[in-house]
Design a protein around this ligand. Structure first.
Ligand code: FE2
Length: 283
């Protein structure tokens, strides 16, 4: 066994400010012209505002097929309902993890608390073998997500993945996913080993810090290159970020908005089903 190598920062991404849904202002760092796909991650949005005009018209009914969607609410809530009769509120600290598989049609409506709303929304691709699986829902309530102090000056909310013997509540996903909300105090350091064959990135949303030796401002995404571990060091203030990793699929991607398949024929077929109103219950 050789010495463990740090995963260098190979890309720093300034999110694109854009609107999605009905006038929802998002900061998108994956799923843009400059980074259309970071296998297996299709889209990553940070949205948040104290102005309800920038989020409250939300994401009305739309279909998904062939991917997983993960919503992590930092402030406010997202009111959710779908074609399967599911209705829920994802509130501050909660995570909603949907494996859309062969299909879900749903609505996601953000609401502020005292006008403040902030959340992350991540789309993860499914392998061909699972694109048409039955939909699966994981409602991960705030209280079920462990708070950990793996090192002095380091606080982690472990949503999916493992630290020591502790396994995060988000399990059974296709991609061997890792998802952590990490805060590192000034001059403290967090080291974490990430299997070398996983794609890994961090999104810094509060306080600058040193990510694998590179100083990064807030509201930036960094993509990590090859190696064995990442390190996060607090800057002048504590730095807070999401650390995400997943196994690349290495499969062809055909996408049409929230429908993500392997071939254009499969997309055409899905659009036919939507037109014929046989989506998502047909094969
Ligand atoms: Fe959606």
């Amino acid at each position: 066994m050789g010495e463990k190598r740090i995963r260098p920062v190979i890309k720093v991404i300034e999110p694109l400010r854009m609107s999605d849904g009905v006038g929802v202002k998002v900061r998108r760092s994956i799923g843009t012209p400059s980074l259309s796909y970071l296998d297996p991650f299709l889209q990553f949005d940070h949205f948040g505002s104290r102005n309800p005009e920038e989020y409250q018209r939300g994401f009305p009914m739309h279909p998904h097929r062939g991917l997983e969607t993960i919503t992590y609410v930092l402030a406010g809530k997202v009111k959710y309902k779908d074609n399967l009769g599911k209705k829920e509120e994802i509130i501050t600290g909660d995570v909603q993890w949907i494996t859309a598989g062969r299909g879900v049609i749903h609505e996601e409506m953000p609401q502020g608390i005292g006008n403040h709303m902030e959340a992350f929304h991540l789309w993860v691709n499914l392998p061909a073998s699972l694109k048409m699986c039955p939909p699966r829902f994981q409602e991960i309530k705030d209280a079920k997500i462990p708070w950990m102090n793996p090192m002095k000056g380091v606080t982690v909310r472990l949503i999916a993945g493992q630290i020591g013997d502790v396994v995060g509540p988000g399990t059974g996903m296709a991609g061997n996913l890792l998802l952590m909300d990490i805060t590192v105090d000034c001059d403290h350091v967090f080291h974490y080993e990430i299997q070398h064959d996983l794609t890994a990135f961090a999104y810094i949303f509060k306080g600058s810090g040193e990510y694998c030796g590179t100083n990064i401002e807030p509201l930036r995404m960094v993509v990590f290159g090859e190696g064995d571990y990442v390190s996060i060091k607090g800057g002048l203030q504590r730095t807070r970020s999401l650390l995400v990793a997943g196994k690349p699929l290495g499969e062809p991607v055909a996408r049409f908005g929230p429908l993500v398949m392997n071939t254009n024929e499969e997309i055409e077929q899905t659009l036919r089903e939507i037109r014929n109103q046989t989506f998502p219950n047909s094969k």
